[in-house]
Ligand binder design. Structure first.
Ligand code: NDP
Length: 272
């Protein structure tokens, strides 16, 4: 599980981590993070919006694993976009996490011009060293094209919905060209991968589940992936993917499953 991608500022980011959206604060999140770290996960993805930063931080501090060996992402919520509010939101998240610093801080959703003001604050926070890398989430090609010219620091990461049914080849290409690491949210289609016949078939030949096949496919594509589970056996199952390889034919077969089908909101047309 110690595979990393190198971000555009040389920071090493574990390619595999635990997502905690919809994990309830308190025992549910604390247990999930604890089980994940015991299993060998070293990367946790939370957000101010998930309202579980305090629980994530507690589980991390209780884990006994050295802070430097863990990678923690959190995100600025839409209501906090803007220069001053972004500074305040960062301090709130850092204080709730209690992790001393944050590894990756993301703008959760694009908000046009306002995101440029937010980004100025992100660049200042980055300069203090309280965050090791800054990035964006849910930015499509047109939104990045508008956003990037005013950035002094190029976003290190773009975290977007990505799975076998939504592959966004143009965005993949654009991010690669601009040295922005792509990261997959809903990487197992919120559990729906279990119904995809082709993933079941490929899984049978490796003795792996459809979720494991989807996650392995993402990793072999060099895309960071952060499956969520609050169940110990699934946290273990999702991580048990480092003992096999998908062949070129299997990778292509999964590439061919793209349907441009979203499960979550469309970043070009959302209202929150
Ligand atoms: P995922 O694709 O990770 O799927 C999570 C769902 O699948 C849960 O219902 C979970 O249930 C279930 N599940 C977990 N493992 C398995 C398995 N092996 N087999 C079958 N079902 C399984 O969806 P998410 O939307 O949670 O995305 C992952 C993470 O990405 C989030 O937690 C969050 O950190 C991030 N994210 C970011 C967004 C953004 O806007 N930047 C938007 C959405 C997500 P159970 O817990 O009961 O096991």
């Amino acid at each position: 599980m110690d595979q990393f991608v190198t971000l555009n500022n040389s920071v090493q980011m574990p390619i595999f981590g635990l997502g905690v959206w919809q994990s309830k604060s308190g025992d549910e999140t604390e247990n999930a993070v604890r089980w994940a770290i015991e299993t060998g996960y070293r990367h946790i993805d939370t957000a101010a919006f998930y309202q579980n930063e305090t629980s994530v931080g507690k589980a991390i501090r209780d884990s006994g694993v050295s802070r430097d060996d863990l990678f923690v992402t959190t995100k600025l919520w839409n209501a906090d976009q803007g220069y001053k509010t972004a500074h305040q939101a960062f301090e709130r998240s850092l204080s709730k996490l209690g992790t001393g610093y944050i590894d990756l801080y993301l703008i959760h959703w694009p908000k046009g011009e306002l995101s440029n003001q937010t980004w100025k604050a992100f660049e200042e926070i980055y300069a203090t060293g309280k965050v090791k890398a800054i990035g964006v989430s849910n930015f499509m090609v047109s939104q990045l094209t508008d956003f990037l010219p005013s950035c002094d620091v190029t976003p290190a990461v773009n975290q977007v919905e990505f799975h076998p049914h939504l592959q966004q080849p143009e965005l993949q290409e654009y991010c690669k060209k601009n040295k922005i690491q792509l990261e997959a949210w809903s990487p197992i289609m919120q559990g729906q991968v279990t119904d995809v016949e082709e993933l079941k078939q490929i899984g049978n030949s490796h003795n792996k589940s459809p979720a494991q096949i989807a996650l392995k496919w993402e990793i072999q594509k060099g895309i960071v992936t952060i499956p969520k589970s609050v169940k110990q056996h699934r946290i273990q199952e999702n991580a048990d993917i480092f003992d096999f390889e998908l062949s070129d034919e299997e990778m292509t077969a999964i590439d061919n499953l793209d349907q441009n089908r979203r499960i979550g909101p469309d970043p070009l047309n959302f209202n929150f």
